[in-house]
Each structure stands twice: as C-alpha cells, then as structure tokens.
Design a protein around this ligand. Structure first.
Ligand code: PLP
Length: 453
C-alpha cells in the first residue's frame, strides 16, 4: 500500500487516535525518516529533535550500532516468552543492569512501557509486606506527590497527581497520601532556598510518622518531576527521603523512566545523592529510545520475600506478553555498549555547561518566570507578569504557541502547559544546542505577543 501525502494526512486525522491530542484540532506532522538528531517529514522538511522524540531518544536516530543489533537479533529469533523460559539477550541484559545499578538492586523484572514498570513496583511493594517473613499486612497505602506523573494505566494514574490528566478518573483510582511537590523554584512564603529541603522533609516526616504502620511505599520521580513541568528538587532531598523511609520502614520507589539513562548527567538520577531505592523503574532511554522496553529493578530484600514453594503462593503473578523480548533486550544491550564505547557520559558536562550558558540569556526575559535545568533536561516557564506573579490562563496555550513557532522554524519542541521543554538527545552537539535555544527564544518572543495578533 502506498498512500499519497494527502491520503496520509486524511487517515492520520480521521482514524489515528493520537496520544494526548485533541483530534478535532490536530495538524498532522508526519515523519518519514530520521538521521542523527534530525527528523524529516513526508514533504522533506527537516526538524531538529529538541525533545528526544518525547524524552526517550538517546543517541539520535538511525544509530548504526543500534540498527545492527536489531538486525542481528532478527536473524536469530524475534520473540521468546519469559514465562518460565528465557533468551540470551534477556540474560545478558539482566547481568549488565545488575552491574550498573547501585547497591543491591540486583533483580530485574521486564515490562514494555514505563507505566507498567511503575505498576510492577507498586504491586511488588504491596505483596512484599503481605508475605515477607515478618508480614505487615496493614501496610497497603502509598505516599505520592502533587503533579507527579508515573504513566497512564490506572495504578500509575492513582499515584499520579496532574489534575488535568488524572482528575477525570478519580472514582476509579485508589487513594494515596499526597504531598506537595518538593519544588525548589516555587517556594511557599517564608521558605528560602536554604530551608527548602528541610521544609519538604519535615512535611514528609509528619505523614510517615502518623501513617507508617499502613504505608507500603513512597513513589517519586527523583531529582526532576518531569510532566509536572520539569520541577527540580532541592539538593539533599533524595538523601533525606531515603533516610526517613528507612527510619519508618517504608519502601522507596524511584521512577527514573524520564530521568534515568544519562539524562541528568549521571547514568541514574539516584547516583547524584548516592541513594539506593528499593525499586528502580527504567524505560524510555533504555533502548536508546528505539523500542518499548522497561524494567523494575528490585533489591535482594524484596526478591527474597517472593521465594518459597509453589504451594506457598508467594509467586509474583504478573507479566506481559513481551516481557524480556530478545529484540528489545538486544537493543538495550547495544545502548549500554554505545554509552561505554562513545564515552557518552564523559561528554555530557561540556554540553550541560553550554546549554546552561545559553539559557542564561532567557533568565531576564520579561515573560520567563524561571529557567530550570538538570543535566540535559530543561523547563522554561512562561509568565504573564513577572512582577505580580500573574500566570497566563492555560487556555491561551502560550507554551504550545512557542513550541509551534519553533517547530515551524525547524526545531521540534513540545511544551508542558506554560513550560517550554528542551530535552535533546545526549548525542546533541554544541552547535545543535545553539539552534535549539535560538528557536526556543524566538518561539517564546512570538508566543508572549498579545493574543489574537
Ligand atoms: C513517560 C513516563 C512514564 C510512562 O512511561 P510510558 O512508557 O509512557 O508508559 C512514567 N513515569 C515517568 C516519569 C515518565 O516520564
């Protein structure tokens, strides 16, 4: 079948129900191919991929090593179940992940999307307390954060806290203890940069103290709450969070689906505060952003609680058809190889510093409330009036207007509300960073012009 461009646009509008997209207003952007950090549409227009194809692409598109890994594995076998069975790439990847992750995060459960990896962590944490040697069956609830995003299945939406996405489904969800985002850049009155970390930890401790007997786990996106608008946590928060969860005997789940795989400058966000959670969830960049593979890595304490005879019913009765799929695992193995062979992490500090230097040009912009950066993750928050703190009404879609302007000028960006997001592939060059920041600046200038003009 060879559809014409017009037919492609027609079917894309009429039948392809896009994620997070109002289909009555959708303007098709149809990509035909990619090369490095560039994407090309069916009309031959090029776009620099400023958001890593939604936060997952790691080394650009069509990386020869990743392409070859998939082709090589195809010549062996495309799919093998991991229900009581295994494949060579799944085992090799397991070993690599165990070696790479900190502490005794030594047991790897495979799923496909990030949402499922979070579901797995939530269910494992729950089951752990039911059946460990000294069971605590009352520990069945969770602490989660306002503005949190952990995916779109009902369990991950239950711990999610983005009103616009999640409120509709409240009647279907389990309730959680909800804490304000430990947000460095929007501090309540009386809280300063110097006291912020302790302020948020005190809030956490109050809930832990009162409810620890019924709490199974705390779930958080460490360092940066992504979909919230790239909200950055105060330094020291993760360390304090780990100390408090240990003190009150509550498990800790790190959702590193967005922030893992080098995005913040280290392979995993948790390394930056030398913290080991009980569960580490990875996805997105795990296959270089090529294919849907996610993992939930658990500690030995958790793993041990699930061991027993079949009759004891301690098995984790959960799995996905494509869990541990060899094509996906081979791609992830090649991804880890590229990290090593091309010294990807070693090259990040120069890129992060250059991005920071360029972003400084936006700090004093009259309609920029804050520029938040953590590694190669950036959120530029737009504001109607910097003096009074007056926000733009969300219906004016200022962030979307800025990003659309950039995209029309060859740099593909996608916002989060009034926040312009920049999240380039780790392979981005300094010159490409310049082009992205230039396009974002021009887009912001266009977007803050009075509406209707
Ligand atoms: C993207 C994301 C998810 C969900 O992953 P999917 O693969 O889209 O299901 C979960 N948590 C975080 C922090 C994410 O950024």
């Amino acid at each position: 079948m060879n559809l014409t461009p017009e037919e492609l646009r027609h079917w894309d509008r009429k039948a392809h129900w896009h994620s997070f997209t109002q289909m009555s207003e959708y303007e098709p952007l149809i990509i035909e191919r990619g090369e490095g950090c560039m994407l090309y549409d069916i009309d031959g227009n090029g776009y620099l991929d400023g958001v890593s194809s939604l936060w997952c692409n790691t080394f650009g598109h069509r990386h020869p090593k990743l392409d070859a890994a998939i082709r090589d594995q195809l010549d062996k076998v495309a799919h093998v179940t991991n229900l009581g069975c295994s494949s060579v790439p799944a085992i090799e990847l397991t070993k690599r992940i165990v070696e790479l992750t900190p502490g005794d995060l030594d047991h790897v459960f495979y799923a496909c999307d990030g949402s499922s990896a979070v579901e797995v962590a939530l269910k494992m944490a729950f089951q752990y307390w039911q059946q460990r040697e000294d069971p605590r069956p009352k520990k069945t609830s969770y602490i989660a954060f306002h503005e949190a995003y952990h995916g779109d299945t009902l369990g991950s939406v239950s711990v999610g806290g983005v009103e616009m996405f999640h409120d509709m489904f409240r009647p279907l969800l389990f309730s959680v203890h909800r804490l304000p985002s430990p947000d460095r850049d929007h501090l309540p009155d009386g809280v300063t940069a110097g006291t912020a970390c302790q302020y948020y930890l005190d809030q956490l401790e109050a809930v832990l103290k009162e409810h620890h007997e019924t709490l199974a786990a705390v779930v958080i996106e460490p360092l940066v709450q992504g979909a919230a608008g790239m909200l950055v946590q105060p330094k020291g928060y993760l360390r304090g969070l780990r100390e408090l969860t240990n003190k009150y005997d509550v498990l800790l789940i790190f959702d590193e689906i967005a922030v893992g795989m080098g995005r913040t400058g280290t392979m995993f966000a948790c390394e930056q505060e030398e913290v080991t959670p009980d569960f580490l969830c990875l996805g997105k960049g795990l296959t270089g952003g090529y294919l849907p593979l996610s993992v939930t890595v658990a500690t030995t304490k958790i793993w041990d609680a699930f061991l027993g005879t079949y009759g004891e019913l301690k098995t984790f009765f959960h799995g996905h058809t494509f869990s541990g799929n060899p094509l996906l695992c081979a791609t992830a193995l090649a991804t880890l190889d590229v990290f090593e062979e091309e010294k990807i992490l070693e090259q990040l500090p120069a890129k992060i510093a250059h991005l920071e230097k360029r972003l400084a040009e936006l700090v004093d912009h009259p309609h920029v409330a804050s520029v938040r950066q953590c590694g190669l993750i950036v959120g530029v928050e737009l504001i109607a009036d910097k003096e009074t703190g007056q926000e733009y009404p969300w219906t004016e879609r200022r962030g979307w207007r800025a990003c659309r302007h950039a995209t029309q000028n060859g740099v593909w960006l996608r916002p989060l509300g009034n926040v312009v997001v920049i999240m380039p592939p780790l392979s981005i060059t300094l010159e490409e960073i310049d082009r992205i920041v230039d396009a974002a600046k021009a887009g912001i200038d266009a977007a803050v012009a009075p509406c209707g003009e």
